[in-house]
Design a protein around this ligand. Structure first.
Ligand code: NDP
Length: 480
């Protein structure tokens, strides 16, 4: 069984207390490795190392920081197959998805910030020939980056890349459910020659190791992606310490389909936006609203395509849907399917746990599930399920669907399908979501800021804003 180690001060190391817990392979329902059960002592060591190195790293010329990050990106690309396999085993996602999406995007994140830092500029304002005001950004210090299990290396790198590029040193914690790619990443950092202490990775459970990062007084900013409930705990701890906070939280995303859409594209992409990564992407559209004239036709076609999805061994290249990330999460999703039935929903497809044979006989597999007949206000349609479960509801007017779409406490992402340009702009302007896709889904340009409204979070990741997030900002006014 592979023993994962912390990465502290440039060295792979056991946790101070010597304790480990099991790393479960969700496709087999069995342990296949060990994870350090780190606590605040490990976080203290990691923070001390990061603090010690900060002066040197923050004054390292940007081109040198950039070239080390580029080396790391190249090593990710070199190890694409190995990392994709590791992520598939750790999380249960199809290996083809890890190979085509997660791992290439992890390398792209690092390349983006490694090059963006070479083009950073700051603003200057001349005041009536009397004065010049300029804005200076300096790396804020040691920062904490905490990432979730659904897109493990992709979201991990999205946080640490801008922090490292801008000159901060980092104490990071991946999810205990999917620590393997972050561990392999720490080995690549050593190989690339990242100086000791610049990045420190502490493995362990959120309430212990994660909480210790949030509480540590020397950690000046926190970039967190995860559930809204955890986000509230983090805000409650870090807020009174006046730490800078970026919180990327949950979603309950509407997928709005008008009768004038390109039907084929809308159905095909809605299958992806509903069930990619077993529906365990924060941006998945879990509530599908279809304009009434198209409703029956859409439901029928969507059901046929869902039935055709191949569920199976994540390591099999033919698999479309792999395992749910953990047994606890599987049970949570199943409880929501029961709730949907109690709320009067009709399960028109799926709804059951699946028992595979062979290697995956004890894995956590769930049929892709379609539910109709629910109101937009019921709990099934208000709470984040984060699995391969979608509801489909009809609507008659734009006003009505906007009311449905905006009725949750979340506001992360939305998708709109229409060939009417004016309507696309009108509806996009009214949907309360941080990101809106029209006639596409999950299309990303790393230059655009990313984040949610309402209880989907505060702050923005991606774009040049992420570089600014990890800095102190100062405005200097010089009178002529
Ligand atoms: P969690 O909130 O459970 O965990 C996220 C991370 O926080 C994990 O590393 C977790 O560690 C850690 N953590 C848990 N408790 C604490 C604490 N008290 N202090 C510090 N860290 C803590 O989310 P999940 O991992 O279950 O991820 C799924 C959620 O993430 C969904 O709600 C999804 O919508 C959201 N998400 C949001 C995205 C966005 O960009 N807005 C993108 C992707 C996911 P551990 O796992 O070890 O407990």
């Amino acid at each position: 069984m592979e023993k994962i180690l912390n990465y502290i001060n440039g060295t792979l190391t056991e946790p101070v207390n010597g304790n480990f817990f099991n790393n479960i392979n969700p496709a087999e329902g069995k342990p296949y490795g060990l994870i350090p059960d780190s606590n605040k002592e490990d976080v203290a060591q990691a923070t001390a190392a990061a603090k010690h190195t900060f002066a040197a790293w923050s004054t390292t010329p940007a081109r040198n920081r950039s070239s080390i990050l580029i080396k790391i990106a190249k090593l990710i690309e070199r190890d694409l197959d190995k990392l994709a396999l590791a992520e598939s085993i750790d999380q249960g996602k199809p290996v083809t998805l890890a190979k085509s999406l997660d791992i290439p995007r992890a390398a792209a994140n690092i390349r983006f910030y490694a090059t963006a830092i070479l083009h950073e500029s700051s603003e200057a304002h001349f005041t009536d020939n009397e004065a010049i005001n300029y804005t200076q950004h300096t790396p804020i210090g040691v920062v904490g980056c905490i990432s979730p299990w659904n897109l493990p290396l992709y979201l991990f790198t999205w946080k640490i890349a801008p922090a490292l590029a801008v000159g901060c040193t980092v104490v990071a914690k991946p999810s205990e459910i999917t620590p393997m790619t972050a561990y392999l990443f720490s080995k690549l950092c050593i190989e690339a020659g990242l100086p000791a202490g610049v990045l420190n990775i502490v493995h362990g459970v959120g309430a212990k190791a994660g909480q210790a990062i949030i509480e540590h007084p020397e950690i000046k900013a926190i970039s967190f992606t995860g559930g809204t409930a955890t986000g509230k705990i983090i805000a409650a701890t870090a807020g009174p310490m006046f730490k800078k906070l970026s919180l990327e939280l949950g979603g309950k995303n509407p997928n709005i389909i008008f009768a004038d859409c390109d039907f084929e594209k809308a159905v095909t992409t809605s299958i992806q936006s509903s069930f990619s990564n077993q529906g365990e992407i924060c941006l998945c559209g879990s509530r599908i609203f279809v304009e009434r004239p198209l409703y029956e036709k859409f439901v029928a076609a969507f059901k046929v395509r869902t039935e055709a999805l191949v569920m199976g061994d994540p390591l099999d290249e033919k698999t479309n849907l792999g395992a749910i990330a953990s047994e606890t999460h599987l049970n949570k999703i199943l409880s929501y399917i029961e709730l949907a039935k109690q709320e009067g929903g009709t399960i028109i497809q799926g709804g059951n746990q699946v028992k595979l044979t062979g290697r995956c006989a004890d894995g956590y597999f769930l049929e892709p599930t379609i539910i109709t007949g629910l109101s937009h206000t019921c709990r099934t349609n208000q709470e984040e399920i984060f699995g391969p479960v979608v509801t489909i509801m009809p609507f008659d007017t734009e006003e009505e669907v906007l009311q449905y779409a905006n009725s949750t406490t979340y506001g992360l992402a939305a998708t709109i399908w229409t060939e009417n340009l004016k309507r696309a702009h009108r509806v996009a302007a009214e949907v309360k979501s941080g990101i809106v896709w029209v006639n596409c889904w999950l299309f990303r340009d790393l230059r655009t800021p990313f984040g949610g409204m309402k209880q989907s979070g505060i702050g923005r990741e991606g774009g040049f804003e992420a570089l600014k997030f990890f800095t102190d900002e100062k405005n200097v006014c010089i009178k002529f």
